[in-house]
Design a protein around this ligand. Structure first.
Ligand code: ZN
Length: 147
């Protein structure tokens, strides 16, 4: 599996990943699979999505958006739950409008789920944690079993 580093975008080849492994970037030392969502920009978006190695869920948000503020801590909590199964990222849609425009996104907050660089699902509007878990499950993504 190849994982793009969330900080420097270097591609890291990961062999067998066991439970509890915390792989680090060989180039910059950043955690490759942090428990929190990583911030993407217009420059890093495509490379990260295409070389994520795992499904990627991207939250599009904007400053001053009430539902986005409500959604952010929920998104972060689910990111921690799904660590190692799905990579969570977010993009400031106001600062990097070309990305949501290219994907014809309507409004924030919006979520897009990618696999191997291709969009597999999207949804717009804030979600509670249980709704987000259910939505991910409906895309075939289940929460990791607690060990
Ligand atoms: Zn790196």
């Amino acid at each position: 599996m190849q994982l793009a580093c969330p900080r420097c975008l270097a591609l890291n080849r990961i062999a067998d990943r066991g439970p509890g492994d915390e792989p680090k970037c060989e180039a910059c030392g950043a955690a490759l699979l942090p428990a929190e969502a990583v911030a993407l920009t217009a420059d890093s978006f495509d490379r990260f999505i295409q070389h994520a190695g795992l499904p990627v869920l991207v939250e599009f948000w904007a400053d001053g958006c009430g539902p986005c503020e409500m959604m952010a801590p929920i998104f972060d909590a689910i990111a921690a739950e799904m660590k190692g199964r799905v990579r969570f990222a977010r993009l400031d849609a106001a600062a990097h409008p070309q990305v949501p425009m290219r994907h014809h996104l309507r409004g924030v907050p919006s979520l897009m789920l990618f696999s191997d660089g291709a969009e597999i699902a999207r949804t717009t509007g804030a979600m509670e944690a249980h709704a987000l878990r259910r939505w991910l499950a409906s895309q075939g993504i289940q929460q990791a079993k607690v060990q």
